[in-house]
Design a protein around this ligand. Structure first.
Ligand SMILES: Nc1ncnc2c1ncn2[C@@H]1O[C@H](COP(=O)(O)OP(=O)(O)OP(=O)(O)O)[C@@H](O)[C@H]1O
Length: 334
């Protein structure tokens, strides 16, 4: 299948609204979300846990029905023709979806049969897709004997077996170690590079969104707070980011307080042993900032001036730091 003809977006959401439950217990998961992904691009839906990303994806993949609003995928209306949408998409949910008792090759073959693919085409396709995801050598192994990264790649391969023009990846790298994450990033970037596949991926990793997405839609508490390319979003913030690395998290907190007390330095964030803050002109602020830290006896590991990062973008548009939203989540989960 190819992307929709006629030049329209591959994915379009217009004013989607979804509330779970009723009365006092009602949760407004999605509160008027709109965006569009052009064919052959990767759109990153970025937001902390509970922002409404999965709910939006569920509506677009026909697993859930919106209370209001409209959406098309591959030019097909999700509400009017859900079966058509399901044929046009691949969907990788957060949890693995392969059969643990079968091998990678058997899983792919079974999936292809479910989509009604012919025997010769399917055999060729399974071979090609195993190759594409560097799974050929592991193809004969029962899936439980694959590494976490290989299992995740198999999930993506399964979603693509029927050559859909649109792929949805819901937090594809959650739980993967850094090496497996980097490998999956390369595979995802490779998928979209042909220009024939449109990918929507949800993530709460700023780095992942920055690295992979052509276009970002930042969601928070069910609404879109900003959208654009990663560069556009960073450029929309005037000024520079100063980044200071300290020897310990305690020193980082101390450095944060000292720096943000300096007029013109604001929006400070502490991330482990690093402090980041915004300033109109990083070069001009540098001597004063270093002198203030030095005067307080705070030992620096490094100090640099950089372009704004996505967490600064998030802070500016969502009105709170990305780290704090993640901390809220962890505390809520505890
Ligand atoms: N089936 C459901 N019933 C009730 N509330 C729900 C349901 N599914 C999601 N929610 C709530 O809706 C809100 C949005 O959830 P959603 O899963 O869409 O967010 P998310 O951004 O995908 O988060 P995560 O990264 O944790 O998957 C949250 O407050 C969540 O608790």
């Amino acid at each position: 299948m190819r992307p929709p003809s006629g030049g329209g977006p591959a994915i379009e959401a217009v004013d989607l609204v979804k509330t779970y439950g009723k009365g006092d217990g009602a949760v407004q998961a999605v509160r008027g979300v709109s965006f569009a992904a052009q064919p052959g691009t990767i759109l990153g839906l970025l937001g902390p846990n509970g922002a409404g990303k999965s709910t939006t994806v569920k509506i677009l993949t026909t697993l859930s029905v919106a209370d209001s609003g409209t959406a098309t995928v591959a030019g097909i209306d999700v509400a009017k023709n859900p079966a058509g949408v399901r044929r046009a998409i691949g969907y990788v949910p957060q949890k693995p979806c392969f059969d643990r008792n079968l091998t990678a090759r058997e899983n792919l073959t079974l999936q292809g049969k479910i989509y009604g693919m012919g025997r010769a085409d399917l055999r060729q396709r399974v071979g090609d897709i195993l190759e594409q995801f560097s799974l050929t050598e592991a193809a004969g192994r029962v899936t439980t004997k694959l590494s976490g990264g290989q299992q995740r790649k198999l999930d993506v391969a399964l979603a693509l077996i029927h050559r859909p023009p649109v792929l949805f990846l819901d937090e594809p790298t959650t739980g993967l170690d850094p090496e497996a994450r980097t490998e999956l990033w390369a595979a995802i970037a490779g998928l979209a590079s042909s220009g024939e596949l449109t990918v929507l991926l949800t993530t709460h990793y700023l780095e992942e969104a920055d690295h992979l997405a052509d276009q970002l839609v930042i969601v928070d508490r069910g609404v879109v707070v900003a959208s654009g390319t990663p560069d556009e979003l960073k450029d929309s913030l005037d000024g520079d980011t100063i980044q200071v690395r300290l020897a310990s998290p305690e020193s980082a907190k101390q450095a944060h307080d000292i720096l943000t007390a300096i007029p013109g330095i604001d929006h400070g964030l502490v991330d482990g042993t690093e402090v980041r803050a915004r300033v109109a002109n990083g070069g001009a602020a540098l001597p004063g900032a270093i002198a203030a830290l030095d005067g307080a006896g705070v030992q620096l590991v490094s100090f640099s001036v950089a372009r704004p990062s996505l967490d600064q973008v998030y802070l500016r548009y969502a009105g709170r730091s990305f780290q704090s939203t993640d901390t809220d989540r962890k505390e809520g989960a505890a």
